[in-house]
Write a protein that binds this ligand. Sequence first.
Ligand code: GTP
Length: 363
Amino acid sequence: MREAILLVGGQGTRLRPLTINTPKPMLPVAGVPFTVHQILRAREAGVTRLVLATSYKADVFASFLADSALVGPDSGIEVVIATEEVPLGTGGAIRFASAMLESGPDEPVLVFNGDVLTGLDIDGLVNYHQDSQSDVTLYLTRVDDPRAYGLVPTNEAGEVLQFLEKPQTPEEIVTDQINAGCYVFTRNVIDSIPADRAVSVERETFPQLLEANRRVSGVVDPGYWLDLGTPLAFVQGSVDLVRGFAPSPAVTTPSHYLALLGAEISRSAELSNGTTIGAQAQVGAGAVIDGCVVFDGAVIGDRCRIRNSIIGAGAVIENDCTVEGSVVGDGARVGAHNELRDGVRVWANAVIPELAIRFSADQ
Ligand code: GTP
């Protein structure tokens, strides 16, 4: 048996307003909730039992799993749910969820952040962990600008030297290797995390393990990596899945766009660059939709031009609008001839009158 914990209890504040009703890992990416991509990737890597560590909007996960054949009893992976009454942070969540694990004290347990899309060789990471007899092994990736991340320098033997969370000064930027949000823990290390309070693995558990001279390893994987935490990254991840640039067993045929069941798309509309059109959504005549995620039941009017944007469930974009690099919340209505650009966020159920906005403005 190989077991994993998937951390999905965060509030997803950077993706508001989309995460007001739906937790980030349950937002649809290339047609299915992101969590499904992750569960199927874990199954592909031989995980047979997975604990979903939930907190924020836990009921959304429970009702989805109850109805889903994708991760049902015959799917080859057993998925169980642990729900914290109050959020316990990443470390506290791992400790809490571990009560549902069956692995013995010396066995490896995988832990995945619930918002990271990767091409990681999961099996390779577990093998490295076991061969090196590590207490914890972290998946690392290299980025051009590491300032927004946790830096993890390693030595030539792959041993982690330090943890530096979100470094700001040039002296602190000692490496381009960052914590990529997937770990292998030896089970008894999880058991040593305090059970009765919030704990951050990044800020507390990992640095403490180094101080105690435990073996903490880092493996740099050169494959695909994206943190879907921001709107632009979320759109990018969905596009990359649809186009086949990012791997997922849930996407079998890469294509230029994906239209889900019951979507009504005018013959003169142009869909491109990995756009997904949700179930029962409508796209009007002459509309151009480039690299977007349009959620279920949304309506895009005639001649609209929508680029690199997320249109929430049931939102309505009336005729002749331009939407670029922006987010329209569930159920919002954007009147005709508006132009939303450069990070505009329209709140869920907001109503924007015709011709009200040109260029960027916060709603
Ligand atoms: P932001 O609020 O936009 O930063 O997003 P987030 O809430 O997802 O936070 P962050 O990206 O830092 O979290 C990393 C991962 O840990 C995500 O998959 C979260 O769902 C998860 N996570 C964060 N805090 C908790 C927690 O208290 N409990 C559980 N179960 N998961 C958590």
